[in-house]
Design a binder for this molecule. Structure first.
Ligand code: UDX
Ligand code: UDX
Ligand code: ADP
Length: 477
C-alpha cells in the first residue's frame, strides 16, 4: 500500500454508509474507519448488540471489526479533522417543498456535511460523494469547500463521485463482490491522484478491471441511469403483465422466453405489484427533473412513464382486489402478507404495500398485516402518512403469526416475496377463512392450480383467472 488513505470517515450511518464502511474495515485492516451521524441514538445502536439495520452477514463483520478498525462516533468535527478521506453518505430524499417539489432530490443534508467539512477539515481531504446526487452536485460541494480554502491555505480538497450500487438484503454480498466500482474525478493532476487513492482502497478486494474510472459527471449520471434502467425493466414487464391477464398469456413464461435473448438477459424481469425502495422512484424522478431543467421534455416524458406505470400497477392490483371481493371490502378482514418493499429487509420506504393498503383503507377494509421483519410502529407510521391516524388505529391490526392474520379473513393479499410465505399450510389457512376465500398474489409466489385445488379463488399478477381468459378481441375504439 502507498498508505495515502489511512483514516476514513463516513458521514451518515444509514443503509449505505454502515454496510459500506463495515466492508472496507473488514477488507482493509490497515485503514481505520469511523462512521459518524448527527443522530446520536443511531450511533448508540451501531455500538450495541442490536444494529439499526438488518442485512445478512452485517452483524458478524461489525462484531469482528468494531473497536479494532471500525468505530461509530457522534463526534463529527474530530472525525472529519482526523480523516484522509471522507465519504458523504447522507440521505437525499425527494424534495417535499419549493422548487423541484416532488421531483428533485433534496440536497440540504449533503450541503450541511460539506459545510461541516469546510469548517473542521484543518488540512487536505479527499471528499467522496456516495449518496446519489444530481449531476453536477460535486461542483456545489466543491464551491463550498473552495470557499473555505480562500481563508485557510493549508486546506486542499478533491471531490470524487463514487456511487454505491448495493441492493438491500444482499448488501454484504454486493459489497464483497461488486459487478463494478465506479469512481469519477476531476481531469487534473490532483484529481487523478485522488482517484488513484480511492482505487487503492477498493483494490484490497475488488479486481482492478472491475474498478471503472470516469470523469465526475459521467459517474454521477451513471448512477441515475443504472437505477432508471432497472426500474424501467420492472415497469416494462409489469405493463406486459396487464396484457397477460387480459389474454391468457402467462407473464412468467413470457419473461422466461424473452430473457433467454442474451441481449436482454434474464435478471430483473419479475412482474410484481410494483417496485418500491428508497432509490428507484427517487432516482427516476431526479432524472426526469434533470431532463426538464435541460428542456429535454420528450426525454423527461419518456422516463416519467416508468413511474406512471408503477403507480398504475399498484392501483390496478388494489382495484382488482376490491372488484373480486364483490365490489365491497368495507368491514371485511383482509390479511396482508408482507409490508417490506422486498424480501430479506425490514425497510418499508416507498413499499408498494403502503399504496395497496391505502387504497383498501379508503374502502374501509379491515387490514390484518403480517411481516416477518417490519415492526408494527413502522407500519403505522408509513400508513399514517397517507391515511388519517384515526382510520389507521381503527382499521389496521398487526399480527406476529400469519395464521392468526388470515383467520376469519375474506382474502389474503401477498405484497412481499418472503420465502417463508411459500412454506405455510395453506389448507389449514383456507379452512380458517371466510368462504369463498381469495388469494391475491402480487409477487408470483404461488401456482394457480395448487391454490385453486385447495379451494382458493386465485388472482395472480400476470396470469389470467380462468373466467377472464378471452378468445377474441374487439378492435380498439
Ligand atoms: C436498488 C438497485 O438494485 C441498487 O443497485 C441500487 O444501489 C439501489 O436501488 P434496492 O432498492 O435495494 O436496490 O432493491 P432492488 O432489489 O433493486 O428492488 C427494488 C424494487 O424492485 C423492490 O420493490 C423489488 O421487489 C422490485 N423488483 C425487483 C421487482 O418488482 N421485480 C424484479 O424483477 C426486481
Ligand atoms: C431485429 C432483432 O435483433 C431480431 O432478433 C429480430 O428477429 C428482428 O429484428 P434486425 O432488425 O435485423 O433484427 O437488426 P438489429 O441488429 O436488431 O438492429 C435493429 C436496428 O437497431 C438497427 O437499425 C441498428 O442499427 C439499431 N441498433 C441496434 C442501435 O441503434 N443500437 C444498438 O445498440 C443496437
Ligand atoms: P441511505 O439509504 O442513503 O444510507 P439513510 O437515511 O439510511 O440513507 O442514512 C442517512 C443518514 O445520514 C441518517 O442516519 C442521517 O441521520 C444522517 N445525516 C443526515 N444529514 C447529516 C449531517 N449533516 N451530519 C451527519 N449525519 C447526517
Amino acid at each position: 500500500h502507498t498508505g495515502v488513505v489511512r483514516r476514513i470517515t463516513c458521514v451518515g450511518a444509514g443503509y449505505v454508509g454502515g454496510p459500506t464502511c463495515a466492508m472496507i474495515a473488514n477488507k482493509c485492516p490497515h485503514i481505520a474507519v469511523t462512521v459518524v451521524d448527527m443522530n446520536t441514538a443511531k450511533i448508540e445502536e451501531w455500538n450495541s448488540d442490536k444494529l439499526p439495520i438488518f442485512e445478512p452477514g452485517l452483524e458478524e463483520i461489525v462484531k469482528k471489526c468494531r473497536g479494532t478498525n471500525l468505530f461509530f462516533s457522534s463526534d463529527i468535527p474530530k472525525s472529519i479533522r482526523e480523516a484522509d478521506l471522507i465519504f458523504i453518505s447522507v440521505n437525499t430524499p425527494t424534495k417535499m417543498y419549493g422548487k423541484g417539489k416532488g421531483m428533485a432530490p433534496d440536497l440540504k443534508y449533503v450541503e450541511s456535511v460539506a459545510r461541516s467539512i469546510a469548517e473542521h477539515a484543518g488540512g487536505p481531504k479527499i471528499v467522496v460523494e456516495k449518496s446519489t446526487v444530481p449531476v453536477k452536485a460535486a461542483e456545489s460541494i466543491l464551491s463550498i469547500l473552495r470557499d473555505a480554502q480562500r481563508t485557510n491555505n493549508t486546506l486542499a480538497f478533491q471531490v470524487l463521485s463514487n456511487p454505491e450500487f448495493l441492493a438491500e438484503g444482499t448488501a454484504m454480498k454486493d459489497l464483497a463482490n461488486p459487478d463494478r466500482v465506479l469512481i469519477g474525478g476531476e481531469d487534473s493532476e490532483e484529481g487523478k491522484k485522488a482517484v488513484a487513492a480511492l482505487v487503492e482502497v477498493y483494490s484490497s478486494w475488488v479486481p482492478r478491471e472491475r474498478i471503472i474510472t470516469t470523469n465526475t459527471w459521467s459517474s454521477e449520471l451513471s448512477k441515475l441511469v443504472a437505477n432508471a434502467f432497472l426500474a424501467q425493466r420492472i415497469s416494462s414487464i409489469n405493463s406486459v403483465s396487464a396484457i397477460c391477464e387480459a389474454t391468457g398469456a402467462d407473464v412468467s413464461e413470457v419473461a422466461h422466453a424473452v430473457g433467454f435473448d442474451s441481449r436482454i438477459g434474464n435478471k430483473f424481469l419479475n412482474a410484481s405489484v410494483g417496485f418500491g425502495g428508497s432509490c428507484f422512484q427517487k432516482d427516476v424522478l431526479s432524472l426526469v427533473y434533470l431532463c426538464e431543467s435541460l428542456h429535454l421534455n420528450k426525454v423527461a416524458e419518456y422516463w416519467h412513464g416508468v413511474i406512471e406505470i408503477n403507480n398504475w400497477q399498484r392501483r390496478r392490483f388494489a382495484d382488482q382486489i376490491i372488484a373480486e371481493l364483490f365490489n365491497t371490502v368495507a368491514g371485511k378482514k383482509i390479511a396482508v402478507f408482507g409490508f417490506a418493499f422486498k424480501k430479506n429487509t425490514g425497510d418499508t420506504r416507498e413499499s408498494s404495500a403502503i399504496h395497496v393498503c391505502k387504497h383498501l383503507l379508503e374502502e374501509e377494509a379491515n387490514i390484518a398485516i403480517y411481516d416477518p421483519k417490519v415492526e408494527e410502529k413502522q407500519m403505522r407510521m408509513e400508513l399514517g402518512l397517507t391515511t388519517s391516524d384515526d382510520k389507521v388505529d381503527k382499521l389496521v391490526s398487526v399480527f406476529s403469526d400469519p395464521y392468526e392474520a388470515a383467520k376469519d379473513a375474506h382474502a389474503i393479499v401477498v405484497l412481499t416475496e418472503w420465502d417463508e410465505f411459500k412454506t405455510y399450510d395453506y389448507s389449514r389457512i383456507y379452512e380458517s377463512m371466510v368462504h369463498p376465500a381469495a388469494l391475491f398474489d402480487g409477487r408470483l409466489l404461488f401456482k394457480r392450480k395448487e391454490m385453486e385445488s385447495i379451494g382458493f379463488r386465485f388472482f395472480g399478477i400476470g396470469t389470467a383467472p380462468n373466467h377472464l381468459t378471452k378468445v377474441g378481441f374487439a378492435a380498439p375504439s
